[in-house]
Design a protein around this ligand. Sequence first.
Ligand SMILES: [Zn+2]
Length: 341
Amino acid sequence: MKRYSRKIGSLLKKHEDKLLISSAIFVFVIFSLIILPLVLITIVNNEDIPDVEHLSIDIPIKVYLHKTGGTVTLDLEEYVAGVVAGEMPSSFEFEALKAQAVAARTYALSKVVRGEKFGNSADHPEAPLCDGTHCQVYRSEQELLELKGRDWIKNSWPKIKDAVATTMGEVMFYEGELVEQPLYHSSSGGKTENSEDVFVSSIPYLRSVESKYEDEAPHQSESISISFNTFKEKVQNTYGASSISPNNIKILKRSEGGRVEQIQVGNKVLTGRNIRELFNLRSANFTFAFDGNDNIVFTTRGFGHGVGMSQWGANGMAQAGYNYKEILKHYYTGVTIKQIN
Ligand SMILES: [Zn+2]
């Protein structure tokens, strides 16, 4: 009887094992046939840029405030007005302000949508946007009052709000997808840059184009003088370059827009951006010379990274009679401007 029951026990055990194996196979089949494809489809879909249909001006804009470390949630159009005021002088042409409004709105929405899909920037995980140059400068009406005064609020603020209102809900698309990187800068120095020559990736709408109307831009050509010893020490300490002498500094390569791509300094090849950041130059579009007093003198053209819309160029185009759509299409190659819901 004991033996018999042991046999039954071992049969039952075998049966359980079989059950276990078949359940495992069942789970595996379900996983590979149903769950895995679903996961893959979701991942692939997430690579896509937001569905145009779901974009709306009702999307709330959460902004991280550097001063307080808190966040504020704003209406999109209210946010855009605060960015135009923060990023462009109100004295600029109306069409230039409108172009800035569309660029700022496009940037905001693309950050919100991307934040939802992939998480916000590590610099401010609590919000897709911040109020500083890291994203785009935003100023509340209260801040504008404190910064610019009552007269400005009375005379200039309405002009900016009008520029925003006349482009309400308008954003840029490229081949049916929301433009993700509507970058802009102060002035280009005559020609803007291909995105890959300044940053990493090649973005089809960020191509080098002429920027002919920058005559009124400040910092068009600016020189700064640095003692050669300081120059040498900083480059040595930051980039580990050695044997630096006036004879072995040489610009090796320039980008299409004129920025220094490669510069030989002693035994190292650096980028113009390296030099720009190290010495706070206005732009990486520079030449250099020695003044005979142990100084190296950098002369820069333009102000900023040079990619996308030149704000002073936009103002110049507006003065020359171009409208905001023509301005945007000039600086962002191949885009269309559409109004969202
Ligand atoms: Zn930011």
